[in-house]
Design a protein. Structure first.
Lengths: 309, 309
């Protein structure tokens, strides 16, 4: 099976979204926007042996790839439209590809995106996903705008589960259904993202660890700002404290990557349009940029999760 | 140097195009369209050891990557706007990255695109480029529409040079300046592409070999169609015939990949708005889909250039 047959067999589907004027199979795809909307676009990679285990199950590979990519659109408040997939496969194992493609298309339907292009090459397993969405002009929620007087909110299930699952993969912990789900089936917070347009002063998705992603918001703050977090407000993934103790559980929640919650700053007193958790507040700049229960964070926590380690 | 520093140092530039509302450095980028335009988008890979030599010079890697990617926009008649770069690097050799980034940005300016996003990971050298452009609504030139009575035209420098350069890389031929240029500095035919909107009935860029790309046009023809090519009309890269003889030169021109000319079908008698070469004509369907000087093509020629061999 050559590249053309592979693409035809597994990856060509008729587009469902009427905004996709021309889908997969030409030199490029064509997508139209509602008038007064603009295009939001991002690209993300999932590399086997780095972001996922070398021997990666096909359905998990598909779900992490789409979850991670679409989470970037959620963090902008964008409605997803389409994706392009650049896929590198070591060998043509029809079983693996078939499972991967089925799961990929199933999730595309669920998230309301069409696969409109891409390519395949032979090599170590990796995938690069381009995601396209749209927002009304001027309404994208960026990382810039957090301000003293805002509250800090989290939208999404809970924290630390994907990090804890790495210990399962390493054989240091027995399997755990919910951690496995957080790791293999991250849920991009698309509806929450859209509902926070015009509400959040700044927003980011938690992909590199909450502390590190919070530092990105602080880097782009309006005026001087520090953040006071309260540990008792954190939504911890089940059994983290039981298995690791309070300190380690908090460390996993604050520094582990791949949670794909949305972290937003919202002016105090503003009505929150969707279910979320207030985890702290933004104050005028102090010596420490982040305080947890009144104490500065360990330096190492602020380095966040490096996907290359 | 971690991923964030690498991106900040080498890949963050302020966008030049006013249509780029938000460039590199957030969860996603935001691009606006002129009203009545739509977005054209495609993704392409360049893998070291497959599409380019394993030890690939940084400026050639940048030029081939952008040339190959933007050629897809040219083939749609689209005006380029922006690119996103997903880059995998084996080690952080500052010299290599510095050269690559300089050349990449230089070419972005020349082709009028902003680098608006991407990511970097560690691994065998490869790059995946997403290209974004725009066309007036409904005016994208697709692969569908070639018809009996059309002429076949080529727009771009000449054919076979990039294929001949592979023999230089293999040590089978002494170096050749023009072949090297065709291979390392492919020139996307962007202006020609735009000028052919409303003129070409179908268009494709010659990336997998002229015969194979012509077969894609025939696959999407309106009604039954065959193509008659005349070898004396082909623009051959200099010295192909001298070094390889007439037959091999023609084979390289018709089957070698990476020429990045535009191949368009245009109704007979229509005024051609840009410099090009008529290389044949489209007739009613015959037993052979492509005839060269009245003879059927060797079967192997129709398989085209497989980048994975």
């Amino acid at each position: 099976m050559n590249e053309f047959e592979l693409i035809r067999t597994y990856f060509q589907r008729d587009p469902l979204d009427p905004s996709v004027t021309l889908g997969n199979g030409d030199d490029a795809a064509v997508v139209s926007q509602h008038s007064d909307f603009e295009t939001v676009v991002s690209v993300d990679s999932v590399i086997a042996g780095r972001h996922v285990p070398l021997m990666c199950p096909p359905d998990g590979f598909a779900a992490r790839l789409l979850g991670r990519g679409l989470s970037d659109l959620a963090a902008m408040g964008a409605e997803p439209q389409a994706v392009l997939l650049s896929l590198t496969l070591p060998t043509l194992e029809p079983g693996w590809i078939d499972h991967f493609a089925s799961r990929f298309h199933q999730l595309c339907v669920r998230f309301g995106v069409d696969l409109i292009g891409g390519d395949t090459t032979k090599g170590p397993l990796s995938a690069h996903l381009t995601v396209l969405g749209q927002v009304p002009k001027g309404s994208a929620v960026t990382r810039s705008g957090l301000k003293s007087g805002d509250d800090l909110w989290l939208f999404g299930p809970d924290l630390g589960g994907a990090r804890a699952y790495l210990d399962v993969l390493d054989g240091q912990q027995p399997d755990h259904e919910i951690w496995a789900e957080r790791y293999w089936r991250p849920e991009p917070q698309l509806d929450a993202g859209v509902s926070l347009r015009g509400v959040a002063s700044a927003m980011i998705d938690v992909s590199d660890g909450l502390c590190q992603d919070l530092l990105h918001l602080l880097d782009h703050a309006v005026g001087s700002a520090s953040v006071k977090l309260q540990s008792k407000l954190f939504p911890l993934c089940p059994d983290l404290v039981d298995r690791f103790g309070q300190d380690k559980a908090l460390e996993y929640a604050l520094t582990g990557g791949d949670d794909y919650c949305l972290l937003a700053s919202i002016r105090g007193g503003v009505t929150i349009p969707t279910r979320g958790r207030r985890i702290g507040m933004v104050v005028k700049g102090e010596t420490d940029r982040i305080l947890l229960d009144g104490e500065p964070l360990p330096d190492a926590w602020q380095l966040g999760w490096d996907h290359s380690r």
